[in-house]
Design a protein around this ligand. Structure first.
Ligand SMILES: CC(C)(COP(=O)(O)OP(=O)(O)OC[C@H]1O[C@@H](n2cnc3c(N)ncnc32)[C@H](O)[C@@H]1OP(=O)(O)O)[C@@H](O)C(=O)NCCC(=O)NCCS
Length: 190
């Protein structure tokens, strides 16, 4: 399904993408038939978020943070697991055992631009989870009146670049990074 159709389909559901105003829980079936539970992040997730990042491969951590980071500091874990209306929106995907399989978020900076971040656990990659999370962030941001989602990608991160291209992102090389901008109005126009 293309991204425009996927956004329209998500919007038609009762609560997808609107997790700050309604209780949001969604069981998502992945390509390999495993499933995860999607829900908003909660401040009680801070320790699980630290375990999740500690368990990522060094390459995935590098791709997520664009630098070496062995341990997510407590303050960052608290910040990343706290929803701040109109400023920070965060989703987690939980495996059966209650551990995190993925995290995704967007934050609004002082200029009003929305920057996303996302990481899927190594054992969960390539199963459609990253795409599902980014689409849900896009629906949420679009419904919140945000015009574009931005993300910085390291060259060689083919899954992320493919994902951004499939959402119609404009990609621009800048120094050691590729800056991508997903225009939400165009995606939501259908
Ligand atoms: C990048 C990342 C979020 C993608 O999530 P994912 O669940 O692995 O990816 P998906 O299964 O949803 O696939 C996303 C796209 O990548 C493509 N893809 C998947 N694996 C691929 C690979 N090894 N090479 C090239 N493309 C690939 C898929 O075909 C899909 O394209 P589509 O949207 O056009 O169908 C995930 O791999 C990850 O967390 N990586 C480490 C951290 C990171 O890079 N974060 C992003 C920082 S900007």
């Amino acid at each position: 399904m293309n991204a425009v159709a996927a956004m329209a389909e998500l919007r038609a559901r009762p609560c997808a993408g609107r997790w700050q105003t309604q209780p949001y829980r969604e069981t998502l079936a992945l390509k390999n038939s495993r499933s995860v539970l999607l829900r908003p992040a909660h401040h009680r997730d801070a320790a699980a978020l630290q375990r999740f990042f500690a368990a990522l491969s060094p390459r995935s951590r590098l791709l997520r943070f664009h630098g070496a980071l062995n341990r997510l500091p407590d303050t960052a874990a608290q910040r990343m697991s706290t929803q701040v209306p109109a400023r920070h929106v965060a989703l987690v995907a939980l495996a059966d055992e209650g551990e995190l399989a993925a995290e995704a978020r967007y934050a609004i900076d002082n200029e009003g631009a929305a920057e996303f971040g996302i990481a899927v656990g190594d054992g969960w990659q390539g199963q459609g989870l990253g795409r599902a999370l980014l689409l849900r962030l896009a629906v949420h941001a679009s419904d919140s009146g945000i015009a574009a989602l931005r993300g910085s990608v390291l060259p060689g991160n083919e899954p992320m670049l493919a994902l951004m291209r499939s959402l119609g992102a404009e990609l621009r090389s800048s120094g050691a990074e590729i800056h991508g901008t997903i225009a939400l109005r165009e995606l939501a126009a259908a």
